[in-house]
Design a binder for this molecule. Structure first.
Ligand code: 13P
Ligand code: SF4
Length: 351
């Protein structure tokens, strides 16, 4: 049962000591989250992974995060994902052949190597980060997207932003780019479904990708809630739609959301548009200060792949490490890793 699993995790962790470090994303369920040595948003966890000395980095998050940990750590360190099926559906919405084809098609209209910086959201495969590394591009997370796009426009006048159109659109909007200059590139259409003229005038080409979890939040949810809570404040993750971000009082990464709500005065009321495990935990943490935190959607939407990491698998991962078996190791091939590292280092330098 739960108590027994908790004890198994604690025991294995204590026996491993400094040999293993557990990183936990803010979307992890509480029974896993509580065992992490470091919590954070994607950027903080990337930095934490790069700084670890431990032999094993056990990543309670999703596949691309464990890949980043492998890329940024030393070759003799092993990055472990307790469930290999913990992927990110949005990360899978852009793959290498599609991006390569987009690049080639763009080259038929503009001088792509001089005019376009490829920028990938960290929610993407190592191969796409490598593509960005090779083509003078970079990576961003939800907490540094603005700084990264600013940097990208200092390099070249246009950006190809993948896979999340919503983060790209919201960030472009913050930089003052009109919506009409951020057309959506649909990889299933020739030339992304755009005309050469639309491509020439574009500032940001937004990939047609999205996070289904964050599309559950609707402007109507905000309007209804504001009517009932005239003093309340709304905060959302930038993976939510443009209309939701526009109607929110604040928009930012998972860590930004936690910090902002925790720093608000007692009695504050919040409506939060991000994954349910984070929102439920936050609501409990601030309840004692008289703050209320509500989930934005009337439907329970959670990230089912983040949820795949359960206490049973965490216990098993740690116990197998103790027994000398490195299972569920995420290893990026050295050439891809070197190119992806280039893109990630550019990101870390500007954020
Ligand atoms: P953060 O970088 O804000 O933690 O977001 C990661 C993510 O996958 C959000 O869906
Ligand atoms: Fe991917 Fe969405 Fe889950 Fe984040 S919440 S890991 S973007 S599927």
């Amino acid at each position: 049962d739960g108590l027994e699993l908790d004890a198994r995790i604690r025991r294995a962790k204590a026996a491993l000591g400094k040999r293993a470090v557990i990183l936990g994303h803010h979307y992890q369920r509480e029974e896993v989250y509580r065992h992490a040595d470091f919590h954070g948003d994607s950027l903080q966890l990337s930095r934490a992974a790069a700084e670890q000395e431990a032999e094993f980095i056990v990543f309670c998050g999703v596949h691309f995060m464990a890949e980043v940990a492998d890329i940024l750590s030393r070759p003799e360190q092993a990055s472990i994902l307790p469930d290999l099926n913990a992927g990110c559906a949005m990360a899978d919405m852009a793959d290498m052949p599609q991006v390569q084809r987009a690049w080639e098609e763009l080259a038929t209209v503009i001088d792509v190597e001089r005019e376009v910086t490829p920028v990938t959201y960290v929610n993407s495969s190592a191969a796409l980060k490598a593509f960005c590394g090779v083509h003078g591009g970079t990576v961003c997370t939800s907490s540094n997207a603005r700084k990264v796009l600013d940097w990208s426009f200092q390099q070249r006048p246009k950006a190809l932003f993948f896979p999340d159109q919503h983060l790209g659109r919201w960030t472009g909007h913050q930089l003052g780019i009109p919506l009409r200059d951020m057309p959506v590139w649909d990889p299933s259409q020739p030339l992304g479904g755009l005309t050469p003229e639309e491509i020439r005038r574009a500032k940001i080409l937004l990939w047609k990708g999205h996070c289904a979890v964050h599309q559950m939040f609707q402007p109507a949810h905000i309007e209804r809630w504001r009517h009932e809570h005239p003093q309340g404040q709304v905060i959302a993750h930038p993976e939510a739609s443009f209309e939701v971000c526009q109607r929110s009082d604040a928009v930012g990464s998972t860590d930004f959301i936690l910090r902002t709500v925790k720093a608000s005065p007692p009695g504050s009321e919040w409506l939060v548009g991000t994954e349910i495990n984070l929102v439920t935990r936050l609501a409990e943490e601030v309840r004692a200060e008289g703050k209320t935190v509500e989930f934005m959607s009337p439907m329970v939407c959670m990230c089912s792949t983040m949820f795949r990491i359960d206490p049973e698998q965490l216990a098993r991962s740690l116990e197998s490490l103790l027994a000398g078996q490195v299972v569920n190791r995420i290893q990026v091939d050295p050439e891809t890793a070197a190119q992806a590292r280039l893109a990630l280092k550019r990101m870390l330098a500007v954020s």
